[in-house]
Design a protein around this ligand. Structure first.
Ligand SMILES: [Zn+2]
Length: 138
């Protein structure tokens, strides 16, 4: 069971900039990393790969298929896994009904950043939807 996700402040900042630069559309990125060896409940993000939102929409996102394949290749080359999906909301950072549907299909950590409240929240679907603690390191 995943209870927390750890990433450094630089990555949080680059995701925040991506979200703001993508307005009015939602932005998305894939989070690469691995499960912590010390704490099996914790996911550690070591790389962020920006991907294109092919929906160009303020309420939904779809990861461009070529970008998705590329991200998986990069992740394999670096011996990492795709541990999370980031996207931004020009609204509150809570999963939409569409997000919830896809969270069930993609049971990785979903990190949502709100360009309205400047708040980030993380979730995962494990039997049910639950919030994951976001740990930002220096
Ligand atoms: Zn969403």
């Amino acid at each position: 069971m995943v209870s927390s996700i750890r990433l450094n402040g630089d990555k949080v900042e680059s995701l925040t900039s991506l979200a703001k630069d993508s307005l009015p559309w939602e932005s998305c990125a894939l989070l690469l990393g691995e499960t912590s060896t010390e704490n099996l409940d914790e996911i550690i993000v070591s790389d962020v790969i920006t991907v294109k939102n092919s929906d160009s929409s303020p309420v939904t996102f779809s990861i461009d298929p070529d970008d998705l394949i590329n991200a998986y290749q990069v992740s394999e080359a670096r011996n990492l896994q795709v541990v999370g999906i980031f996207h931004s909301h020009p609204a509150e950072p809570f999963p939409s009904s569409t997000d919830k549907k896809y969270m069930k299909i993609n049971p990785v950590v979903w990190l949502i950043y709100s360009t309205v409240t400047n708040e980030s929240r993380a979730y995962i679907f494990e039997d049910k939807l639950k919030e994951v603690e976001l740990r930002v390191t220096v």
